[in-house]
Design a protein around this ligand. Structure first.
Ligand SMILES: *Cc1c(COP(=O)(O)O)cnc(C)c1O
Length: 379
């Protein structure tokens, strides 16, 4: 199995034909409990669907294989996955380093929820020297996203793994923007990968979900214990939709990346655009690291409007094919204003984003249509 390529794993890992009927797709086991053969005699290892469910098990094995980890776990949302991870690896009195441009929901989890539980945090640039300087004896985790949301900064996963491990901490990578097809953090030394499977892995804007994949089986067991104890699990239908999405992840990502390059080409030379934030551009500060650790540069593109915040807000209202909306990673293209939408909760904090910033999730429609839409909207 481990010799199989990514595309093969996406379609087959954890997904044997159904033992009863031969169905080639894992069924939606829409069930809460399982008949037992005598007290304590489980037929197949399943007793109650919070603890385990066959559809979810298939997704968890597929995600494990795609990230090359020891254990995969599927949750009701990316945030449920993050919270379960932190309640497992941190304690009151622990300290965590988070990126200074973290996803807004991640920032809120640390700043408003985990802080109340007694977990201290500092927001630092995901730069090895800055992280090394901010490590404390109580630091249990260095948390990074790469590329980041929405500024598309790049963190050097291998370098940060070294810094985190020197300080006795785990390196956690939110791999939502890259997806396991473009980047595999565990192979670069990370200890845990977090996903919002709502985004590229699900890929069709029809399901909310999250995942954890870890390199250490013992940590995997502790996380599975907490997943069951806290209960933020993915339901059977959500797991099935996510598994269905994962099958086409590779071909979708190739098209997302190709379309993003076309969009970047337009934006980079447009007079209304001040700067384009895309790791595929040679002038991007993270370009070399991204080229080293990613297969391609992804489908997310951010840019700053030369004429400021009002121009950015107006642009978001003028696109026709790019739908104005939060979220990302689906087949359809989306546009949003992070300062007033996804990142509004970071206003006034060190994670506040520039008002002239626009974020695109470039979908897999015809590239010519996407470029034409942006051209008309920019005017
Ligand atoms: C969306 C997102 C999350 C949160 O995931 P949900 O599925 O919305 O709970 C976490 N990290 C990143 C980078 C995201 O884009």
């Amino acid at each position: 199995m481990s010799a199989d390529g990514f595309e093969t794993l996406a379609i087959h890992a954890g997904q044997e034909p159904d033992p009863t009927t031969g169905a080639v797709v894992v069924p939606i086991y829409q069930v809460s409990t399982y008949a037992q053969d005598g007290v304590g005699g489980l037929r197949s290892g399943y007793e109650y669907s919070r603890s385990a469910n066959p559809t979810r098990s298939a997704l968890e094995e597929c995600l494990r294989a795609l990230e090359g980890g020891a254990r995969g776990l599927a949750f009701a949302s990316g945030m449920a996955a993050e919270d379960t991870l932190m309640r497992t690896i941190a304690r009151p009195g622990s300290h965590v380093l988070i990126p200074d441009d973290a996803y807004g929901g991640t920032f809120r989890l640390f700043a408003r929820v985990l802080a109340e539980w007694g977990v201290a945090w500092d927001a630092v640039p995901a730069d090895p020297e800055a992280v090394r300087a901010a490590m404390r004896s109580e630091t249990v985790a260095v948390w990074v996203e790469t590329p980041t949301n929405p500024l598309l900064n790049i963190a050097d996963i291998a370098a940060l793994a070294g810094v985190a491990h020197d300080g006795g901490a785990l390196l956690v990578v939110d791999n939502t923007f890259a997806s396991p097809y473009l980047q595999q953090p565990l192979a670069l030394g990370a200890d845990a990968v977090v996903h919002s499977t709502t985004k590229y892995i699900g890929g069709h804007s029809d399901v909310v979900g999250g995942a954890l994949v870890v390199a250490d089986p013992e940590l995997g067991d502790r996380l599975a214990y907490h997943q069951n104890a806290m209960g933020g699990v993915a339901g059977p239908f959500d797991a099935w939709l996510t598994l269905r999405g994962a099958k086409t992840l590779a071909v979708r990502m190739d098209r997302h990346c190709a379309n993003a390059e076309q969009v970047v080409r337009l934006l980079a030379e447009h007079p209304k655009v001040g700067s384009v934030l895309y790791p595929g551009l040679p002038g991007h500060p993270g370009h070399d690291v991204a080229a080293k650790q990613m297969r391609a540069f992804g489908g997310m593109v951010s840019f700053r409007m030369r004429d400021g915040e009002q121009a950015a807000v107006e642009l978001c209202a003028r696109t026709r094919l790019f739908t104005l909306g939060e979220s990302l990673g689906g087949v359809e293209s989306l546009i949003e204003h992070p300062g007033r939408m996804t990142h509004a909760s970071a206003a006034g904090s060190p994670l506040e984003v520039p008002g002239d910033l626009v974020r695109l999730s470039v979908g897999i429609e015809s590239a010519d249509d996407l470029v034409a839409d942006l051209r008309q909207a920019l005017g």
